[in-house]
Design a protein around this ligand. Sequence first.
Ligand code: GLC
Length: 743
Amino acid sequence: MIAAALTVANPVLREDNIPQIVSLLTLEEKAAILVGCGSTAFDGIGRNDVGVKGSAGATHAIPRLGIPSIVFADGPAGLRIDPTREGTDKTFYCTGFPIGTMLASTWNPELVEEVGRAMGNEVLEYGVDVLLGPGVNIHRNPLCGRNFEYFSEDPLLAGFIAAAYIDGVQSNGVGTSIKHFAANNQELNRLHNDARVSERALREIYLRAFEIAVRKAQPWTLMTSYNYINGVHASESPWLLTEVLRDDWGFQGTVVTDWGGGYDTAAQIHAGNDLIQSGSDSRYHALINAVREGRLSMEDVDACVTRALQLIVKTPRFRGYSFSDAPDLEAHATVCRNAADEGMVLLKNKGALPAGPGGVTALLGVTSYSFIAGGTGSGDVHRPYVVDLQQGLSDAGFTLDAPLDEFYRGYMEDEAWRCKMIDGNNSWVIDRERPIEVVPSGLIKAAAESADRAFITFGRVFGEGKDRDLHYSYHLQDNELRLLRETAAAFHARGKKVTVILNIGGVVDMQGWQDLADAILVCWQPGEEGGHSVAATLSGEVNPSGRLPMTISKAYEYEPSAANFPRVFEDKPFNYSFYRRLEGNKKDYTVKDVDYTDYEEGIYVGYRYFGTYAPKHVAYPFGYGLSFTSFRWSEMSVDTIDESYRVTVEVKNTGKVAGKDVVELYVSAPGRDMDKPARELKAFAKTPLLQPGESCTVELFVPVESLASWDEAAGRWSLERGRYRFIAARHAADRGIRKRLTI
Ligand code: GLC
C-alpha cells in the first residue's frame, strides 16, 4: 500500500496543464521534443517512417507524461506519403491537386479553401498531423525552380490565396506550415545563400504574404527558410521570428525549421525557432550542451517546449483520432477538377476556341500523351492516376486524327520506357527525363487535309533543389519550334486553326513563337484530372476564368532581377542546392548570386517594375486572362466603412455564354514622400458564374492601413497624404475605371 501511495502517478499532458508538464520534463526530454526523429532514409527528400511511412518528419514521444509523437508530411499540391507498404496490398495514394501557381490563377479564395478542405481531409485520414504547405515565396524571377509551388509575384494575391488554403486544411483539425519564411527565391545554394534585401522590400513584398496569411488564418506552424537574410540565418534570427513574426504580427503558432535548415541549434532556439526538423543526434546534443555550457538559457528552451506542446495538444494524434486510411479520393478528384477548371488562363484566342468535340482533331506534342500533373521534389505527390490530354479529349468525345494518334502512342511507349530507365524509381528526381519532341512531318501534312483543327501541347517540369536553365527550360527548343512551324504552315494553308496548350510549372518565353498560334491556353500543372479540365476548356464546356498571377515579359533579359539571379548551366555540376560550407560554418560571400544575392530591384518586382519603368517589355501582364464571353463594368463607387474603403463595381455578362470575371482593384499613390510603383493590387474579387445578360455587384474592401508604405528611415509604416487613384482593372496594364480620392 505504502509503495503504491509513494509512486504518485505522473500527470499526463492536457491542454490546460502545459506549464506543469514543462516543469516536470528533464533537459533531455525537452531536447527530444524540440529535435525531430531524423530522416530514416534520404532519397533526396528527408523521409521519415515514424508514424506514417514516407512522411517527412516526426517529433519524439515522451510516454511517461502522455506526450505523443506527431507527424509532418509534405506538400503544397497534396499529401505526400508512400503509396504502398510492405505486407499489405492496400494503397495509400493521395489526390494530386493543381500546383500553387494554378490555385493562385483561379483568383478564387473560396475555391482554394475547398481544395484545402479536401487536402486536409487526406492529411487527417492518413494519420498525419501537419501538412508542410502552403508555399508562399514570391516569384522574384521566372527561373526559380520552385516557383510552381508558390503563388504569385504579388504578395496580396499570394497572402489571400494562402489564407484560404490554410483555413481549408485546418478546418479538418490538422495543421499547416506556411513556408519558407523568408526570401527563399532561388534554389541554387539555397542552404547557404544570403538574400540581401532592403527592409522595405522585405516588409512590403517578401514578408507580406506571410503577414496577411498569419493575421487572417493563423497557420498552426510556420517553416523558416534555408537561406540567410542580410547575413543572419532565417532560423536563427530573433528579429524575424520574435520581433516581426510574434511581436508585430501576433503569430500564435509554432516555428519549425526547414529539413536540416540552419546551423547553430542554440541560436535557433534563442531566436524562437521551436522545432528542429528533421532532427539528428548532433543537433540533440548541441542543444543539451549549449544549456549545460550556459550558451542557451533554460527559459528560451522552455518557451519553445511550451509552443511545441501547444501544437501537440491540437493534433489528431494527441486527441486519439482513429484515422481511416481511406479518404474519399473520388470526391476529392472532383474538387481537383473544379480548381483546375478555374485556374486555366486563356492568353490568346483568334477564332480558334471553343472547338469540338465534333469533327476531327489533330493532337500533337509528346506532352499531350504524357501530361505533367505537378513539379518535382518535396512538392510532388504520389497520385492514383494522371489524365493526359489524349485521354481527356477522347473521354470528352473528341475524335482524334487516327494516323497521328497511332504514331504518338507507339512512340510514347518507347519513350516512357526510356525515361523510366533514366529516372529509375527515385521520386526525388529533379531533372525528370521528358519524352523527346519529334516532328512527324508527313503525318502533319496528311492531318492538315483530314482534320479540322490542331492542338499542340508543350510541357515544362522542374522542381526543388535546382533553378531552371534559361536556354533549355525557359525557351522553346528547336524541335518544338519546328513542330509548331510545320503544323501552323500546313493548317493555316487550309484556313484551319492551331491551338497551343502550355502544360508548364512557370513562365516560358512567348515572343519566339506566339504569332504562329491562333490560341494559347496555359493549363499550368493541373493535377491528376488535368486532361479532363483542358478538354472541357477547349470544347467550351468550361469557360476559362483564370488570370495570370505573374507578369510574362517579352524577354528574360527584361526581368528586373535578371542581373541578380544565378545562371544555371546544364553542363556545370554546380547547379544544385548543395551549399558551400566553409570550415566551422563560416559564411563566405565571395560568389555573386551563389553565396549572396542582391535584391537590387527592391520592391520593383513583376508588375510593380514593368508598370512603372518598362510597360513595353510586357508580353502578357499580371492579372491577364481571356474568356469566351465578354463583361462590362460600370457604376464604380467608393465609400468608407470603419477603417476601410468599400469599392463596388457592377459587372454584366454581355456575351453569349455563362462565365466568371475577376475585378482587380489597384491603387496609385501620390508618390511624393517616397517612390511608389505606378500601381499596386489592394483587393480583388471573382464573380459567381454569370449567365448571359446577368449582372452582379462586386464589393471590395481596402483597409486604409494597407495603403501605407514602409518608411525605412523611420522604421515604421507610413501613410502618405494626398490624392490617390483607385483603379478597377482587368489586369495590371489595363487603364480600367477610376476614382480619385484624397487621404
Ligand atoms: C525540403 C523543402 C521543404 C519540405 C521539407 C520536408 O527540403 O525545402 O519545402 O517541406 O524539406 O520535405
